[in-house]
Design a protein around this ligand. Structure first.
Ligand code: ZN
Length: 437
């Protein structure tokens, strides 16, 4: 009985193979070829995540080169990591000798690796990722930042990156020992950093202070260290964030007013930053379901304060988004509203890509400005609202700041300038003291 059953299974088309019903040979190779169970698991997971059939087909098609190469010992175990598989993706198609060989490089090859790798690890076919030192402490701290402080993933990543080297420097053996976080040790670490004029000094000092406060919540007394830790004076980054004038804003948008898909995307994003006051991370989180084009309402998910907001969108921004969605956005599986128009295609835009496109817009417009960062656009909006004498509370609502203090701090630098140049500051708000950063 058993051999008959096996024979039937070999000939039956697997779930993964069924995506290739038009290519019988390839379908059989995928159904019964090397590590078919891995391809089957990949298919199941992609289906669960709601990927469309053409994407699943593309991913399985790419993954079968990996499984074949593993089976034929052409892909070393140490290379079965995310960077290793991506290197393989870049080079394999040119030298593919697999059955039903393919020579065209495929974007799918690159995009499928994050889905494939966990399956390989669970099947024991790829090494477990190495545990970083202090992983537990950093994870607990991360949870604290997310749940107690409500910080976004982006902000938390900055804090984690700043803290990890401090822990390594203080505890070189990799074992966490709060007793080594004395004020003296921390102070000397910070002075060493300050001596090297490292741009990370401020971030690290802020991260250490915050981490010490976190340790207190776990019952570890860090009062002395906190008292002794007098970090370098935090220089306000706002001085480089002077707001753009209206003519500068128009000049920034002008080169983006064309029918090129990339320019359509960039225009919509620049307007969202400058007219709606979104942060970079807000832009990356938007999905096509968050935009109601008819009503001109945008739902901004999980912002820094982890709440969802519905924001009205000015007509110019609304039309720019609609134009991008209708004529510029490629049809891809990701639900992200703004997508990468470059390799690996099937991905939403990243925060660094948002910074990059803003910097590019500045270069093209020829505007001389101290900062060409994305944040300057949000700052411009706040400043113009202040100049329009909107009440601070209303501005705080638009900018989605929890505390009025933050709003005041945001607008401080330009308030001074506006006060001198534009109009006398209204009396009813003179009692609000600008905060210092
Ligand atoms: Zn191949």
């Amino acid at each position: 009985m058993v051999p008959v059953l096996l024979a039937v299974q070999c000939c039956a088309m697997s779930r993964a193979g069924s995506y290739f019903s038009r290519r019988r040979g390839l379908a059989e190779f995928i159904s019964a070829g090397p590590l078919a169970s891995v391809l089957e698991e990949l298919t199941r997971r992609l289906e669960e995540k709601g990927y469309c059939p053409s994407t699943i087909q593309g991913y399985v098609r790419a993954a079968r080169h990996v499984t074949y190469s593993i089976e034929r010992r052409q892909l070393a175990r140490r290379d079965r990591t995310l960077p290793g598989l991506r290197r393989f993706a870049r080079t394999h198609c040119a030298s593919c000798r697999c059955p039903h060989r393919e020579t065209a490089a495929s974007a799918n090859f690159y995009s499928c690796t994050p889905h494939l790798l966990p399956i390989l690890i669970r099947a024991g076919l790829a090494p477990e990722p190495r545990r970083t030192p202090f992983a537990d402490e950093l994870a607990a701290y991360d949870k604290y930042m997310a749940e107690v402080k409500g910080l976004s993933e982006e902000t938390r990543a900055i804090q984690r990156r700043a803290l990890a080297p401090v822990l390594r420097a203080l505890m070189p053996r990799g074992r966490f020992d709060p007793a080594r976080m004395t004020g003296v040790a921390l102070q000397s670490h910070v002075s060493t950093l300050a001596g090297t004029r490292s741009p990370h000094t401020v971030h690290r000092t802020v991260a250490i202070r915050d981490f010490l406060r976190f340790l207190q919540t776990r019952g570890i007394d860090t009062t002395k260290a906190l008292a002794m830790l007098k970090g370098p004076k935090v220089v306000s980054p706002l001085s480089s964030r002077k707001a753009l004038t209206m003519p500068q804003m128009r000049a920034l948008l002008a080169p983006l007013m064309c029918r090129e898909p990339l320019a359509m995307r960039d225009l919509a994003i620049v307007l969202l930053l400058g007219q709606v006051g979104l942060r970079r991370a807000d832009v990356t989180r938007l999905t096509i379901h968050d935009f109601n084009g008819r009503a001109g309402i945008l739902r901004v998910q999980r912002s820094k304060s982890r709440r969802a907001f519905e924001l009205p969108v000015p007509d110019e921004t609304r039309e720019a988004i609609l134009r991008y969605v209708r004529h510029g956005r490629p049809s891809v599986a990701t639900p992200a509203l703004f997508v990468a128009h470059a390799f690996p295609y099937d991905a939403g835009i990243t925060t660094s890509a948002v910074s990059g496109l803003v910097a590019r817009a500045f270069r093209r417009s020829g505007i001389e400005h101290l900062s060409n960062g994305a944040h300057v656009l949000r700052h411009t909006l706040a400043t113009h609202l202040v100049a329009a004498k909107q009440p601070l509370k209303a501005i705080a609502d638009v900018m989605r700041h929890r505390a009025i203090d933050t709003t005041v701090r945001y607008t401080r630098v330009d308030l001074d300038r506006l006060r001198a140049a534009v109009c006398p500051w209204p009396e009813e708000t003179t009692d609000v003291q600008p905060g210092t950063t």
